[in-house]
Structure formats: C-alpha cells, structure tokens
Design a protein around this ligand. Structure first.
Ligand code: AMP
Length: 413
C-alpha cells in the first residue's frame, strides 16, 4: 500500500454544512454590498510578484516571508495572491476605470494564500470577502465602507465584536512621525526585543504590535501618530468618526492600531472578536491613497477592507444551514423500472423540484427508509402495478399516473 496523500499543511476541504455556511455568508455579503452599489470583481489567483512587492510593501511580513512566489517556467516571477487590494487596483488601472463615475465600488470573495504558521483561524489558503471604493477621498466613503462590514458581520451573527479605529495621516506626516518614533526607539533600544530593534529602520510602527513586555513598557510613552496629524487629516478623521456616530456604530479610537500592510493612509480600522483566541482579527482595512501611484497610476484615493471568511464563521455560532428540502424521492421495486424512474427524477428537477433517485441499489424497504432520511415530502414508488405517490407528511398514499406525479407534488395529493 502506498502512503496516503493528505491536503497540504494549513489547507482544508470544505464539506457539507461548512459549504452551506460559506454559501450563506457569500449571499449575505452580496446582498449588503450590492445594495450599496458595489459590483462583483474577480481577479486571477496569481499575479506578477512585482504587484505585491510594490503594492503591499517590501518591508511587510506578507512580502518578506509569506508569499508563495515561483518562476512560472518562462522566467517571470508570479505569486499566489496574498491579499485583494493590490489586484483590484491593478484591474482598476488596467481597465481605465478612472473614466467611470467615481468612486468605483467593487467587491470580491475568493481564496488567498500566505505561507504562515498554521493554527486555529490561521491557514495557508483562506478565503476573504472584501470591498474597495476607488476614486474618492470623501470621509463618507470611509464611514460607509466600515459600516458595510459591520452590517455583514451583524447579519451573520458574529459574536464578541470590537471595532478599533485610527488614522495614519498622509505620507508626509507619517514620514516625519516615523523619524520621531525611530529616534525615540533608539533612545530606548536596550529595553526593546531583538525583533523590534532590528526593525527600527524598516518598520518602526510595528513596535506597537509587540507582545514583548520591555517593548510594551517603552511603547506606553511613545509619541503617537494620531497626535501629529496635520489639520486636514485630523478633520478628515473627525468627519469619519462623526459619520460613524451618526450611524450609531460603536468603535474605539486606538492610536496604536497598525495594519500589517504598508499602503494605508488616513483611516485604518479593524474588527476583532473575542470568540477567536490568538488570531482575533475578523476583518479590517483602511484608506490607501498612495497605492495606485505605487503601482504606476495617477494619484487616486481608495478605501477598502477584507474580512476572513473562516474567522467570521468561527466567531458566528449559529449559522443558517438550509439545504433545499427534497420534494420528491423516486423509488422503484424492480430494476425494469429504472429507466422510467430515472426519467421521472430528471423531469422533476428540470421542472425546478428538488428530486432524488434511488442510486444505491437498495431494496424497496431500504429505499423508503432512505427517502425518509432525506426528509422527502413525496415518494413516488414505481412498480409493476403502476405508480404510487406517498405524501410523507400526511402518510396518505394514492395510485397515480406517472405522468401526473409532477402535477401532484406542485398541488398535493
Ligand atoms: P489582512 O489582509 O491581513 O488585513 O487580513 C484581513 C482578514 O483576513 C483578517 O482579519 C483575517 O480575518 C483574514 N486572514 C488573514 N490572514 C489569514 C490567514 N492566514 N488565515 C485565515 N484568515 C486570515
């Protein structure tokens, strides 16, 4: 016997009720996003490596350690997409969407890939639902976008939710602040973790994320970007907050909120759930006014988020799982009736009914048991003497013409 091959580490199969829950999450998201004017976009699951290196940022964990990148055999480096924003903005540019009325609102749902250490809620292939609004820097775009994710999570029943919100300002403010923070970190270098010390030059903001106690003590008195915003950015942020207040959305301003990706400017936010454990991030995003220039377009503001499908479902205890109820089960006593039974089941499905045919070679008794197990409302039993139709709900049974079965399942016996 050869060794059994298993799914790769950090991946999983979606079966049965899990598939139904995912489908229902997709339907809920689609409803909420499309009512708000978002249209669906699908981009390839792989892109040029350069798109993510430039779009997500060379210094990020995602680009440095987590990408599945490989030579495609023709000398081009391609990468399985680790996130959705860079691909969507690439598509925006490629299709000249700046000519459409702005902002262009797009949503997506699909698989993403990161070579992370797998654990509960963290996988190497996972699904994200995401939404991007490109082409306007109006703070109402930010507030609307955040509100839509909140509505989706609420509709799905995600528990233990917390929304944190902050602003990262514009690149200039951020650069000046970065210098200030780097100087501060250097002053306290001896108290920092090695990891943080090594990243002072590359990514000093990540120091706020550290779980190292010494680093956390230093960061408690560190200067905050939120206190350094210029007047315009501060006003932008104040308007976002005011609009969220007007929508009665509860949030906490967290000046230490750092997103893992480099492209964010101004608004950033994250939903976490305390039902999740260590990997508590359910979804988040923010404004990325510099991203499109980074990947070769004109200056174009954008705002969006992505939420993890598995994390949403893990933190949403009750999931509506309703397979379509079986309306008709076609049973037959004698193999001679197989063709007729096959045709009846096919016709019933063509007419829009959920119909099953006996496929397991069971005895008639076994078939009736199986029909009961599927929850079928009606069972048609094809026999030498004709066809009997049984209403499983009332127990009533009648001899009928096979050709009238469909009429009866529509109208009752
Ligand atoms: P990010 O693109 O890193 O902001 O991630 C957005 C959301 O995607 C997170 O809040 C998670 O819900 C989900 N997510 C990110 N990475 C993973 C992963 N490796 N496994 C499962 N979900 C993930």
């Amino acid at each position: 016997l050869s060794e059994r091959i298993q799914a790769p580490r950090g991946t999983f199969d979606v079966l049965g009720e899990a598939a139904l829950a995912r489908k229902s999450l997709e339907d809920t998201s689609r409803g909420i996003l499309e009512r708000a004017g978002y249209t669906r976009i699908e981009t390839p699951t792989f892109e040029s490596t350069a798109l993510f290196a430039r779009g997500v940022g060379e210094s990020t964990d995602v680009v440095q350690k987590e990408m599945y990148s490989f030579d495609d055999g023709g000398g081009d480096s391609i990468t399985l997409r680790p996130e959705g924003t860079a691909p969507v903005t690439r598509a925006y540019l490629e299709h000249g969407m700046h000519k459409l009325p702005q902002p262009v609102k797009l949503w997506y749902l699909g698989p993403f890939f990161r070579r992370e250490r797998p654990q509960h809620g963290r996988y190497r292939q996972f699904a994200q639902v995401g939404a991007e609004a490109i082409g306007s820097d109006d703070p109402a775009v930010d507030a609307e976008s955040i509100l839509l994710l909140a509505e989706i999570l609420e509709a799905i029943g995600t528990t233990g939710l917390r929304l944190r919100l902050s602003s990262l300002g514009t690149p200039d403010t951020r650069a000046a602040y970065r210098d200030e923070l780097q100087a501060y970190l250097r002053q306290h270098e001896d108290q920092l973790s090695r990891d943080v010390r090594e990243r002072i030059d590359l990514n000093p903001l990540r120091a706020f994320d550290a779980d190292h106690p010494g680093t956390q003590r230093v960061m408690a008195s560190a200067p905050l970007l939120l206190d350094r915003l210029n007047a315009e950015d501060a006003e932008h942020f104040a308007t976002v907050k005011q609009l969220l207040d007007a929508a009665d959305l509860v949030y906490e301003v967290d000046p230490t909120l750092v997103r893992g990706l480099d492209y964010y400017t101004r608004t950033v936010f994250e939903f976490t759930s305390d039902a999740l454990g260590a990997q508590s991030g359910v979804g988040g995003g923010g404004r990325y006014d510099g991203l499109i220039e980074e990947i070769g377009g004109q200056h174009t503001p954008g705002m969006g988020w992505a939420a993890g499908v598995e994390r949403i479902l893990l933190s949403s205890p009750e999931q509506p799982t309703a397979p379509p109820p079986v309306e008709l089960y076609v049973a037959y006593a004698n193999p001679e009736h197989r063709t007729e039974a096959f045709r009846l089941a096919a016709d019933a499905r063509r007419a829009g009914h959920a119909a099953r045919l006996e496929l397991g070679g069971r005895s008639l008794k076994g078939q009736l048991k199986q029909a009961d197990r599927t929850g079928a409302r009606y069972v048609a039993i094809l026999g030498d003497e004709g066809t009997a139709l049984k209403d499983m709900e009332t127990g009533e049974q009648r001899e009928v013409e096979t050709s009238t079965v469909m009429h009866h399942i529509g109208r009752g016996l």
